[in-house]
Ligand binder design. Structure first.
Ligand code: KIV
Ligand code: ZN
Length: 513
């Protein structure tokens, strides 16, 4: 058995299925390039059949990425598989990932199919996918709750048809580590051609066990591929966290005995990029990428770390990219230096005019903030495209007054389809007054589900990054805005969320009923 663990990142597919985490085409390409820098083996770029937009994103990623395999999800039917195959055409290395549910519950209630029909569809799907590539992954959805005898029958058949990876999905996060590991071990033992495929784990975090289950699938079950996402983004409670599972296998090589090809110094930049784009903020005590993960606050611990790092540190902060947080540009940096940094960060703006506009925003920021970090540049460009891009609303200016004992007042200037609007209102606080002012004109009837403020870098000089999560008629979106003035950041985030609420959704959900 191989001693390499294949890392399959699904931030752009399963991660994006998380309500509010939808990303624009440009954002997806930017994240894919960062995943390539991170050296993930496989990037699941999306579900090409979901919409024309999703098809285009998978296609753009397939053409842009050279070092990682690019994969598209497809339900087990000819149309989805053909869309995936077409979107991946031209990729250096491509994979089609097809799936169908195999648990009795899903087959009866969701698919309304008999086990024999599911068996046949799975087989035919893999056979059809082989017209496009020899690199085919098959997932039994809700695999961990499926009848082992039936699963053995299906998996043996799809391997015989040419599936090269078998991914045992714990779709609803029901598994517990030992049982899940044993489940995979027994499947591998019982299926006569199991050695013709790489076995893979795909775990959701509903019971907080996604990483533990994945590790058990690797250690006990013999899986050699792990499916995971940056910051554990994903449906409901999320997926297995890439940074946690990778660092566990690396740090405990003595136990797992496996190599991973990940450049761990790119973990922090990837984490920041994904949280900045999606608005899913990382909790401070999150392992590896949380702000406190390497902060040895207590006096006793600090003393120990100063005497010998290993007393309390099992990993080094710089090995996962914390040191990458360096000043990159300043007030005196010119357009060429700015453009070069954009390139290094994998940010491609589609015209010289877009570069000029971004540079003007950079200059404006550098006037107010002496040290500009990579995170600032990402936020600046995300803001450019998210809040001011295709959306109807664009932030222009804000005046705000608050004083102890007085009711705060805000005057917000923004444009609506290019026409300037001035709106004023009072509120409980400056942010409330700002949102009330915008709403006095827009009247969106959206419900604000979440409002959070996060400092992008360290120090009070940092830009504040605000996330506003809005819900309307069952649709949930996140808007993100950044500015050294957090009330301005809140206005930008709110307008960005309104823009997203307005954009059309004719997307098919891969695992929907
Ligand atoms: O959780 C799941 O079952 C999935 C499959 C599509 C692999 O994401
Ligand atoms: Zn999943």
């Amino acid at each position: 058995m191989s001693d390499k663990l294949i890392v399959f990142d699904t931030t752009l597919r399963d991660g994006e299925q998380s309500p509010g985490a939808s990303m624009t085409h440009e954002e997806k390409v930017r994240i894919a390039k960062q995943l390539e820098k991170l050296r993930v083996d496989i990037i699941e770029a999306g579900f090409a059949a979901a919409s024309n937009g999703d098809f285009d994103s998978v296609r753009a990623i397939a053409l842009a990425i050279k070092d990682s395999t690019v994969c598209s999800l497809a339900r087990a039917n000819d149309r989805d598989i053909a869309r995936a195959g077409d979107a991946l055409r031209g990729a250096n290395s491509a994979r089609i990932h097809t799936f169908i549910a195999t648990s009795a519950l899903h087959m009866e209630k969701k698919l309304r199919m008999t086990p024999d029909q599911v068996f046949e569809q799975a087989r035919l799907a893999v056979r059809f996918a082989r017209q496009y590539t020899d690199n085919i992954e098959f997932s039994p959805e809700d695999g961990s709750r499926s009848d082992p005898d039936f699963l053995c029958r299906v998996l043996e058949a799809v391997i015989a048809e040419g599936a090269t990876t078998i991914n045992v999905a714990d779709t609803v996060g029901y598994a517990v580590p030992e049982q899940y590991g044993e489940f995979i071990r027994k499947l591998r033992e019982r299926i006569p051609n199991s050695d013709k495929a790489v076995w893979s784990v795909h775990c959701h975090d509903d019971l907080g066990l996604a990483v533990a289950n994945s590790l058990a699938g690797i250690k006990i079950g013999g899986a050699r591929q792990v499916e995971c996402t940056i910051n554990a983004l994903g449906e409901r409670a999320g997926n297995c966290s890439l940074e946690e599972v990778v660092m566990a296998v690396k740090t405990r090589k003595d136990y797992f005995g496996l190599d991973v090809g990940i450049d761990t110094t790119q973990i922090m930049p990837a984490s920041r990029l994904v949280s900045g784009i999606t608005g899913f903020v990382v909790q401070p005590n999150k392992a590896i990428v949380g702000a406190n993960a390497f902060a040895h606050a207590s006096g006793i611990h600090q003393d120990g770390v100063l005497k010998a790092r290993q007393t309390y540190e099992i990993m080094r902060a710089e090995d996962v990219g914390w040191a990458a947080n360096k000043i990159v540009l300043g007030k005196l940096s010119g357009r060429n230096a700015f453009k070069q940094r954009l390139q290094e960060l994998g940010i491609e703006l589609d015209s010289e005019q877009a570069v000029n506009e971004a540079f003007a925003r950079f200059k404006d920021l550098a006037d107010r903030k002496s040290e500009i970090f990579d995170e600032d540049i990402h936020a600046l460009v995300s803001g450019e495209q998210g809040e001011a891009g295709e959306g109807a609303y664009r932030f222009v200016a804000l005046a705000q007054r608050s004083e102890t004992g007085e009711r705060p007042h805000a005057r917000v200037v923004f444009s609506e389809n290019g026409k300037e609007v001035v709106a004023e209102a009072q509120g409980n606080g400056p942010v409330d007054a700002t949102v009330n002012a915008i709403e006095s004109h827009v009247r969106s009837s959206a419900e604000l589900l979440l409002f959070s403020v996060n400092a992008i870098t360290t120090g009070t000089e940092s830009q504040g990054e605000v996330t506003m999560r809005l819900s309307r008629s069952g649709r949930i979106v996140n808007g993100v805005g950044a500015d050294p003035d957090i009330v301005v950041a809140a206005a930008k985030a709110y307008l960005s969320a309104l823009n997203k609420l307005q954009s059309p959704v004719e997307k098919v959900h891969a695992q929907g009923i």
